[in-house]
Design a protein around this ligand. Structure first.
Ligand code: 5AD
Length: 354
């Protein structure tokens, strides 16, 4: 297969795994061409705009023990949970910075206390004027809890599948994380009326380009509205820090950017976030993500002290986003932020009007 043939194949009709896999493995000039093609498709499908969401990591307390994650239950790390009024003031800050939308993210807890707390936070944040778009990212929950939070005002939910290879999924999670349950949760979110986001980690030990191609096919088959995906970044003090078979950082960056581009080609009107993990392996990683076809940035709003405790992986940036710098970098690429907008994905608007 040639690069041109693969590109043509992927952009015209039903993409097949072989062509996707070929593009995902592109390096050098081919990778640069792939990114340009993705930017053209983004421009036509969603225009020269980037959605902003203020990311509020409100608690790092987690019941799960995922083998890659810096806030896994068994890793020793100072735990915190922000007070309600702190969360609300951060959401106000997002609005003052004209972001128009926030993401409330936390470790995963189950049970009534947590469900009640997130419901309350969602209501408080949604009652601000103007009401921000709200994304929740608080792990797998029961269908009832998902519905409760949706009724409280949450618009979107992010729940990564992490990898669609069930065997690899099992290897990187604790026994409590069950692949089929994750799939069911994604269906439950859709049934509850959310704009649904998922995503994967790229460059996991033993993961192949065929696996990643299957991930893209999964996004397509499930007709998701949003994607957040980034490179795997080994985290000290976690089991996977010492695993073999992780591609070097340059390769992980290339594959992650290629995944963004290929996903854009296959699903032109999707909201695709440039994940923070990109910044952990390259200083301008997230902007490279935008240049590869992403259209969402999620600047971290958390207070400094807590931000240092929400380290999912090594090298996670802890400095505050400088908005003027972000705007000038975007302008440089011919893009601009979509200010003051809750940022509903076009894909969702089309899907729900069908
Ligand atoms: N490297 C990259 N991403 C990670 N995440 C957690 N740990 C890591 C890591 N070591 C990602 C997972 C999770 C999201 C919140 O952070 O994909 O869904």
């Amino acid at each position: 297969m040639t690069f041109d043939a693969a590109l043509h194949h992927v952009t015209s009709g039903r993409p097949e795994r072989e062509a996707l896999s070929y593009l995902i493995s592109a390096r050098g000039d081919d990778a640069a061409r792939l990114r340009r093609a993705a930017c053209e498709v983004r421009e036509r499908a969603v225009g020269p705009f980037v959605h902003l969401r203020g990311l509020i990591e409100f608690s790092n307390i987690c019941e799960r023990d995922c083998l890659y994650c810096g806030i896994r239950r068994d890793r020793e790390v100072g735990r915190f949970s922000l007070a309600d009024d702190v969360v609300v003031s951060l959401a106000r800050e997002a609005l003052a910075r004209r972001y128009g939308a926030v993401v409330l993210q936390s470790g995963e807890l189950r049970g009534g206390t947590f469900a009640g707390r997130v419901e309350k936070l969602t209501r408080m944040v949604k009652s601000l004027d103007p009401a921000p778009g709200i994304t929740l990212s608080c792990g797998e929950q029961s269908p009832e809890t998902f519905r409760r939070w949706r009724e409280a005002g949450a618009d979107r939910y992010l729940l990564r599948i992490e990898t669609t290879n069930p065997e690899l999924f099992r290897r990187i999670h604790c026994p409590k994380s069950i692949f089929e349950k994750r799939l069911q949760s994604l269906r439950d979110l859709r049934d509850a009326g959310y704009q649904v986001g998922t995503g994967v980690m790229i460059g996991l030990p033993g993961q192949t380009c065929d696996d990643l191609a299957n991930d893209v096919l999964f996004f397509l088959e499930n007709d998701v509205d949003m994607i957040g995906m980034g490179p795997f970044v080994p985290c000290s003090g976690t089991p996977m820090d010492s695993w073999d078979g992780v591609p070097d950082a340059a390769a992980r960056l290339d594959f992650a950017l290629n995944m963004i581009s290929v996903t854009r080609l296959v699903m032109p009107d999707l909201n695709i976030a440039a994940a923070t993990a990109l910044d952990a392996i390259s200083p301008d990683g997230r902007m490279q993500g935008i240049m590869a076809g992403a259209n969402v940035l999620m600047p971290n709003l958390g207070p400094d002290g807590e931000r240092r405790k929400y380290l999912l992986y090594d090298n996670k940036p802890v400095v505050r986003q400088d908005d003027d710098l972000m705007v000038s970098e975007l302008n440089h690429m011919g893009l601009s932020p979509e200010w003051d907008s809750p940022g509903t994905p076009l894909h969702y608007l089309k899907r729900t009007s069908r």
